[in-house]
Design a protein. Structure first.
Length: 255
């Protein structure tokens, strides 16, 4: 699903931002970078600022216009640093991550980032299904391009990890004994403890009520109950211990 997340940069003017974006992507497991009509092609500065994520730059798709970058996407989310005249459905960054991962299970998703100085145009934003605005400090909301990519990429990864946990193979459901099986265990337990003298035959409830509460609280599973029944049986019918045979080390039952 992460490969289906496209990070789309529109007309970047500084190649260093391409490198920093690649680094931000790779740290979060994203690899699909689209460059729409960059003013300068990636260069040595981009490679240097990628800090080991040059493979993201090397495999980036460079296109002439935004429509080419959005081709095949089922969801497009555009970043916007300011309110627009025309209200648009908005997502919080966390909602953006969740929705992106949900959609990416079926088709590519584009997260759209605009120019460093002026962002996305109104026409470009209207190609988006949703807008997302990072709730930065209103007194100083200046996020550079790579910072914005890092924040949304992080939210995508958080949503993906949560999806992995939910979709992971669930452990086999515990199998608990039926009520009648548990009741037979209590009867067996009372019988054995009466035979050993641990409880009084005339007044078994004094201890058995507390033992019932104990085992009900512990709620043994069916296999665990079978083990307990086996333990009780071994007390009822103890096996004779074996002793070594003299001379050859073999054992034989005690007489």
């Amino acid at each position: 699903m992460l490969h289906n997340i496209r990070i789309v940069l529109v007309e970047t003017s500084h190649t260093g931002n391409i490198g920093s974006t690649a680094r931000a992507m790779k740290t979060m497991g994203l690899s699909n970078l689209y460059l729409v009509n960059p003013l300068h092609q990636p260069d040595a500065q981009a490679i240097a600022l990628s800090a080991g994520a040059s493979d993201i730059i090397g495999h980036a798709t460079v296109v002439d216009n935004l429509d080419q970058a959005l081709a095949g996407c089922s969801l497009v989310v555009g970043t916007s640093a300011r309110s627009r005249t025309l209200p648009w459905p908005m997502l919080e960054p966390r909602e953006c991550g969740v929705k992106s991962i949900q959609e990416a299970a079926q088709a590519p998703v584009a997260l759209l980032f605009g120019r460093e100085r002026i962002g996305l145009t109104n026409d470009e934003l209207q190609k988006c299904h949703f807008h997302v605005q990072i709730p930065a400090n209103p007194d100083y909301s200046s996020l550079n391009l790579a910072m914005a990519v890092q924040i949304l990429a992080y939210e995508v990864r958080v949503a993906w990890l949560e999806g992995q946990r939910q979709n992971a193979t669930a452990p086999e459901a515990s199998v608990y004994p039926l009520a009648e099986d548990l009741e037979r265990f209590y009867q067996h337990l009372e019988h054995v403890l009466s035979g050993t003298g641990f409880i009084r035959r005339a007044h078994p409830g004094l201890v058995m009520n507390k033992l019932r509460r104990l085992f009900n609280r512990a709620r043994p599973e069916s296999q665990e109950l079978n083990i307990l029944r086996g333990m009780l049986t071994s007390i009822e019918h103890p096996q004779k211990p074996e002793t070594p045979m003299p001379g050859n080390g073999r054992t034989h039952p005690q007489a």
